[in-house]
Write a protein of this length. Structure first.
Length: 313
């Protein structure tokens, strides 16, 4: 991947990959920037130890390797989950999270926890590792980006998902029409499109760094679109204009299969303050792909995927 600076010179971005337990390999010691976006999710068969080793152990290896590099910028993709208690017990609190929010978690023993707990805890722990490294390497500009739940259909050349789990965040939208599911179970209401998160990473490569002695001295950037409840989604898809669009494109089954809103449970009550994202990258809520656009993009693709992959259901 390459980006371009304002002087049209190419950034060399070093990709560090962990494949089948192998060591990291460098794409070049003269890299200008590292974007660390990889981390295991708790898919079936993934253990807590595997999640921890990749999210914490391998992130630390990346950070340690900065000592012998020419890297000028380090960008970590984390998650708003870094603000939560790992058991999700505080997502119903009416808390406002911003760039000053820190988790109380310092470390965990993955052997003592289930994979979902470890995944959330590791988001908080790896975020803290980055800012410890920032103190050690003051000549490097560090940025951590906090996306909420991500939706958006896959790029054209992306491997076609073979199971519901591989739909990633889209599997939660799929629960609106999935057979055998009475109502979506995912409780997080804050969302964003994958393309907006990708755009934030690219912008972060060339954005002016914040003064280290200023009031905003840590570039902890939250991606924040307005929340989307499942009731919002159902009511929107049932609007006559959208029903007509879906039927005209051969996706009328979507509306017929939407659940009764009376079955809805509670969704998260917290909110996100993206003031620093706006200040550093200039991204405002009005710049994001809306949740309505997300639904109209993802829902028809989900129905097409389901028809082509009946063996995965």
């Amino acid at each position: 991947m390459h980006g371009e600076s304002s002087k049209s010179s190419r950034w060399q971005i070093s990709y560090w990959m962990r494949i089948n337990g192998q060591r990291f390999s460098k794409a070049g010691s003269s890299a200008d920037a590292v974007i660390h976006i990889a981390g295991p999710v708790y898919h079936p068969g993934t253990t807590s130890q595997e999640i921890y080793d990749a999210a914490i152990g391998d992130t630390q290896k990346l950070l340690d390797a900065l000592a012998d590099s020419s890297v000028q910028r380090f960008i970590l993709t984390t998650s708003v989950a870094a603000f939560f208690k790992p058991d999700f017990s505080n997502i119903m609190d009416k808390t406002v999270y911003d760039h000053n929010t820190w988790s109380e978690i310092e470390d965990i023993d993955p052997k003592e926890h289930e994979p979902p707990y470890t995944y959330v805890a590791c988001k908080a722990i790896s975020n803290k590792l980055v800012w410890k490294a920032a103190e050690k390497y003051p000549h490097i500009d560090f940025t951590t980006i906090f996306p909420p739940t991500l939706y958006g259909w896959f790029p054209e050349k992306y491997p076609v998902p073979k199971t519901v789990a591989e739909l990633n965040g889209n599997k939660f939208i799929y629960e609106l029409i999935q057979k055998g599911v009475s109502f979506p179970t995912w409780p997080i209401a804050t969302i964003a499109h994958t393309r907006d998160v990708a755009r934030a990473h690219v912008l972060a490569l060339t954005a002016p760094a914040l003064p280290k002695d200023g009031p905003y001295n840590k570039q902890r950037l939250i991606i924040s679109l307005r929340s989307m409840t499942w009731v919002d989604a159902i009511q929107f898809l049932r609007e006559p204009e959208n029903v007509a669009k879906l039927e005209a494109s051969g996706h009328g089954d979507i509306v017929e299969r939407l659940p009764d809103v009376a079955k809805a449970g509670m969704q998260s009550q917290y909110s996100l303050n993206p003031i620093l994202m706006e200040k550093v990258l200039g991204l405002k809520k009005s710049d994001y792909i809306s949740w309505k656009e997300i639904l109209l993009e993802v829902m028809p693709n989900l129905l097409d995927w389901e028809k082509a992959h009946s063996e995965a259901l």
